[in-house]
Ligand binder design. Structure first.
Ligand SMILES: Nc1ncnc2c1ncn2[C@@H]1O[C@H](COP(=O)(O)OP(=O)(O)OP(=O)(O)O)[C@@H](O)[C@H]1O
Ligand SMILES: [Mg+2]
Length: 227
């Protein structure tokens, strides 16, 4: 058997992601002995006060930051014990990370920004996705000509175009009005249901969080289960 991980090798009962005993500190301890699992088609919300460590936890779960202690298992292997190129492959192919600040290529059009995602992943741009996100009409405009909310939705479209197994989203609706925010969240929910994927969502909006299957609050270094 090849050692290489295989996207299709998970059986349906397996977790997409499993965090074990995560502990992390910067100047002070942010969280201690946190455990979490994510299954296919499941959405998890993480809420908590500003500065409680939500983004830090999301960074750890999404391969970007090694925790002081603990493991993040993907395909039964700890992300942080993998060789750097394997970790990069997972980040590029399996994980879709939606940052609050969107990293679009300025000076290029919206559709050129999407082309980059299709080049990297060999997936086609999904016109239905652009319609759902209501950006199909701005696709030939330069990124600099888009509104903040349109840029945010474009960056979400770009992440989904590569068909990740897990979406990690940090305040993905931060700049959006309520209707647009709901539309974006519905797009993410539909995506995970139809692609057997999972969603970890960080938000400060309770209403939004409660639409997820599970809701945790990061408080006093622990994850409280609210739903
Ligand atoms: N790279 C870093 N180096 C040092 N301290 C950091 C680093 N990243 C975050 N922190 C500190 O860790 C704490 C938690 O930050 P984090 O960004 O995880 O909070 P958050 O819950 O996402 O807050 P917000 O809701 O405001 O986004 C903060 O006090 C922050 O200053
Ligand atoms: Mg944050």
């Amino acid at each position: 058997m090849s050692e290489d991980y295989n996207k299709e090798s998970l059986i349906s009962s397996d977790f997409l992601l499993e965090a074990k005993n995560l502990t992390h500190s910067f100047d002070y301890e942010l969280f201690n002995d946190i455990n979490l699992t994510l299954s296919k088609k499941q959405s998890i919300a993480i809420i908590g006060m500003s500065g409680s460590g939500k983004s830090t936890l999301l960074n750890i779960l999404s391969s970007l930051l090694k925790p002081c202690f603990g493991e993040v298992l993907f395909n039964e292997k700890d992300l942080y014990s993998l060789k750097q190129n394997k970790l990069l492959n997972i980040r590029r192919e399996d994980f879709g990370i939606i940052f609050q600040a969107h990293y679009l290529f300025r000076g290029f059009t919206a559709s050129e920004n999407l082309d980059i995602a299709t080049l990297l992943s060999e997936n086609e741009i999904d016109d239905k996705l652009l319609e759902d996100l209501k950006i199909e009409h701005v696709i030939n405009q330069g990124v600099g000509e888009l509104s903040g909310g349109q840029q945010q939705r474009l960056s979400i479209a770009r992440v989904l175009t590569k068909k990740p197994k897990i979406i990690f989203a940090d305040e993905p609706t931060g700049n959006l009005d309520k209707d647009t925010a709901n539309m974006v969240i519905d797009t993410l929910f539909n995506y995970i249901k139809s692609n057997d994927a999972g969603l970890v969502l960080v938000t400060h909006e309770n209403d939004l969080a409660m639409q997820c299957d599970k809701v945790y609050k990061l408080v006093d270094t622990k994850l409280q289960e609210l739903k």
